[in-house]
Structure formats: C-alpha cells, structure tokens
Design a protein around this ligand. Structure first.
Ligand code: ARG
Length: 458
C-alpha cells in the first residue's frame, strides 16, 4: 500500500506505521490534493508525458474522486494509507488502472504537500474573513442599539471616565478590522505556488510552472525549489493572525465576564450561551465566554509549536514538517468557532442600563471634569489636578460624590469654584466634551457607527 516499497525488504513495524502515518489528520487536505493533482496532470500533459486522452481520463477520475471525498471527508481518515497523497494516488489507480501510476512523474510528495497546505490555508482565509466580518456586524449593531447607554470606562480596572456601551463595542470592531486586514495581508503573501519544485531540486520536466500556478489560482510559481519545499512561513503567519485575533477575543470575553459578574451586574447573558452548576442551583455561568478566553491558550500553543518545529530545521524537506498540520487545523478551527461563538453571545445580550449608569456615576469618574473646570478658570492643569485630588479625599471622607459637595465645601480647596461647576460634573457634559475624532461624544459615536455600517455594508 505504501508508495515506496521497492527499496525495503521488511514490513514496517505496526507501531512505527502508526507513528509515521498522517492520514488521520491530513485527510483534511483531500480536496486540495486532488485539485493539485488535476493541475499536475495538465502540466505533464503539456510536456508530452501523458497524451490528451490520458489527461482526460485522469481528470475525469480525479473529479469523480473529488465528488466522493466531498460526500464524507472524515471517512478517509481511517482508510489505512500513509497519508492523503498515498490515498488519492491509490484511489486514482483503482479507477483508471496503470494510467494512475503515471501521475507522479516529475512530482514529489514534498512539493505536493507544500502545495496542498498552501491551498488549504488560502481556502481558510475566506472562511475566517467571513466570520470576522460577521462578528464585526453584530458588534456594530450592538453599538447602535446601546449607543446611549452610559457605563464606566476603566483603566487599571478602576472606574476612570464615563463612556457608552456603543463606544466599548466599537473598540472591538476596530480590533477585528485589523485582524481582517492582517489576514488579507497573509493571503497576499501566499500567492506563489510551490508545485513543480519536486523533491528539492526542481522537476526534471520542462513544465511551465507559472501557468500551473495560475491554473491553481496562484499569481505565479515560487522562485527557488529548495525554499519552495521547506517554506512553511504561511502557516506561522496565519497562526500569528489567529493568535492576535484570539488575544482580542479573549479581552472581549474577559470584559463581558467582568460585566456579567454579580458585583457589576451590567448585563445578562442569554440562557442559550450559559450553563449551570451541578451543585449550586442558582448558578448561571458564562461558559461560552470563558471558553473563548481559555481557548486562546491553545491557539498561542499552535503558533509556538510551528515556530519551534521550524527552528533550525536544515534545508530542504524534513519529516519534522509533518508536525505543521495538527496545530494549524486545530487552531484555525478554534479561532473560527470562537469568532462565531462571540457573535452568538452578542445576539441576545441584555445590557442593564440602570446598573451601568449607577456605576458610571460612582467612583469619582467626573474628577477629570472638575480639573478641566478649574483649568477653564485659569488654574494650570497640574495644580488643578492636585486640588481635585484633595477634594476627592474630602468627598470620600464625607461619603458623597463630587456633585453633592456644596460650593462652600469646594471653596475650601479653591475659591475659583462657583455654582457653574455643577453642570460640568454631569455625565452628559463629560461625554459631550470628548468630541475630537475617536472620542466618546454622542456625535462621534454616531458617526463611527455610520462609518462602520458603510464599511461593512450594513
Ligand atoms: N505526510 C508528509 C507531510 O505531511 C508528506 C510529505 C512526505 N514526504 C516525504 N518525503 N516523506 O509532510
């Protein structure tokens, strides 16, 4: 059954075969392997290795096989072959007999696997890009629905200045936009096809590799055969995209977990994305979000894994490189699932505007407004900052928010404070002042929502 029996007189040890075989995971590249094989069949036909009739038979058998593997891809996993390349070749031979044995002329599994995995990554990019866009849309719609809901903004997880929920949601839309662009850029670097590099030194048949590359949807052929079969940069790159985006998703998850805690109680998560405790009947746990946060670790692990596997690997192909796939498949599945789960969580999230407003009013988060008020009265900001600090200490002692201090109390610190201070201490005033681009002022948030809706086509 193996592709390479001639040189061997002994059977492989079953334990080695188990250890060595990759079909149980690389079956996922079945479509790409067949696609690449059709391309290669055309290439060898163009240099006379097979006749046009033979090409037609190979192509139709490969297309038939493509249909079959699409029906039930997972059934291939246990078919007992060494890898997906052996599986496809053997199934082809079942269909067309000895003609199938000509397909591997001038090709190696080294350029074949390099091509398959690149094609697979390219196909994943559009799927993942779709999930990023979907989550961005959900976030933008949530931003619109909750654009006036005041909530505390935090630094150091201490209430800092008031913001609105819409502004918070748009922060994640921005992050995801960078993730989208990063993925697109990664795709742009995956535009060269390694097929025709053979084992390491290049194919011994004068095929037009650029035409072959274009036929497979690439822009051109790769430039150096040694590099072609040993390059797995695209895997590290796409895992880098996944890792950064998962970092964003983990922050999204963590924010919502905090906002959902009993102490904050800023929002309710739907029963559809939470689960209960086997012991404590009252519990409703944010499992979807915790899993997004937790799965970030395994995606980082896949990135570290591929970088470590490739480190100091001598040119050209080494079997170590077979270790490129499981982490890649797992990490991209995980990223994809987390993007979709984050969108699902947002679908029927309920923000408790009374609670967020109450929290935004506490914590002296209008202290900056008081300092700015003093600045408007001619006090240099650094001095104003100090005075307000003293007033906050006083107000904490008196058990009052700043806006409940009397003018006399304010004047203990600065005689420049008058009745006109009170409007400045209101949340609406704090929000309205942040009117430069990117700020939390209502018109800025509304404009940002409109910009994003246009950008996302909603
Ligand atoms: N299963 C192998 C891999 O994933 C395919 C390439 C095998 N090449 C070889 N020379 N043994 O890397």
């Amino acid at each position: 059954m193996a592709l390479w029996g001639g040189r061997f007189t002994q059977e492989a040890d079953a334990r080695f075969k188990d250890f060595n075989d990759s079909l149980r995971f690389d079956y996922r590249m079945a479509e790409q392997d067949i696609e690449g094989s059709i391309g290669w069949a055309k290439a060898i036909a163009s240099v006379g290795i097979i006749t046009p009739q033979e090409l037609a038979s190979l192509t139709s058998a490969l297309n038939e096989l493509l249909e079959e593997v699409r029906q039930n891809p997972h059934s291939i996993a246990g078919a007992g072959f060494e890898d997906i390349h052996s599986y496809v070749e053997s199934r082809l031979i079942d269909k067309v007999g000895d003609l199938g044995k000509k397909l591997h002329t001038g090709r190696s599994r080294n350029d074949q696997v390099a091509t398959d995995i690149k094609l697979w990554c390219r196909a994943q990019i559009s799927v993942l890009a779709g999930s990023i866009r979907n989550l961005q849309k959900k976030l933008t719609l949530a931003a619109e629905a909750y654009k006036d809901v005041v909530m505390p903004g935090y630094t150091h997880l201490q209430r800092a200045q008031p913001v609105v929920f819409g502004h918070w949601a748009l922060a994640y839309v921005e992050m995801l936009d960078r993730d989208f662009i990063r993925l697109e850029n990664a795709g742009r670097l995956m535009n060269r096809c390694p097929l025709g590099s053979a084992a390491l030194a290049g194919t011994a048949y004068p095929v037009d590799r650029d035409a072959l590359a274009k036929d497979l949807g690439f822009d051109e052929a790769t430039g150096n055969s040694l590099d072609s079969v040993s390059d797995r940069d695209h895997i590290a790159e796409i895992l880098g995209c996944a890792a950064i985006s998962m970092m964003h998703l983990s922050r999204f998850a963590e924010d919502l977990i905090i906002y959902n805690s009993g102490e904050s109680a800023f929002l309710d998560l739907s029963d559809r994305v939470t689960s209960g405790s086997s012991l404590m009947p009252q519990k409703k746990n944010p499992d979807a979000l915790e899993l997004i946060r937790g799965k970030t670790g395994r995606v980082y692990g896949a990135l570290m894994g591929i970088l470590t596997t490739l480190k100091a690997l001598p040119l050209a192909y080494d079997k170590d490189m077979q270790e490129d796939k499981e982490g890649l498949f797992d990490a991209l599945d995980t990223w994809h699932d987390c993007l979709d789960m984050a969108a699902l969580v947002l679908e029927d999230i309920r923000i408790r505007a009374d609670r967020t407003l109450e929290a935004a009013k506490g914590g002296y988060s209008n202290a900056t407004e008081l300092a700015d008020y003093l600045v408007s009265k001619g006090v240099p900001f650094r001095e104003a900052h100090h005075m307000v600090g003293e007033l906050v200490v006083y107000a904490i002692g008196a058990g009052k928010p700043l806006e409940d201090l009397t003018v006399d109390e304010f004047r203990k610190v600065s005689d420049r404070i008058g009745d006109d201070v009170y409007p400045c201490l209101e949340i609406s005033s704090a929000l309205a002042k942040r009117c430069a681009k990117g700020g939390v002022a209502p018109e800025q948030v509304a404009a940002a929502i409109q910009r994003m809706k246009r950008h996302l086509g909603i």
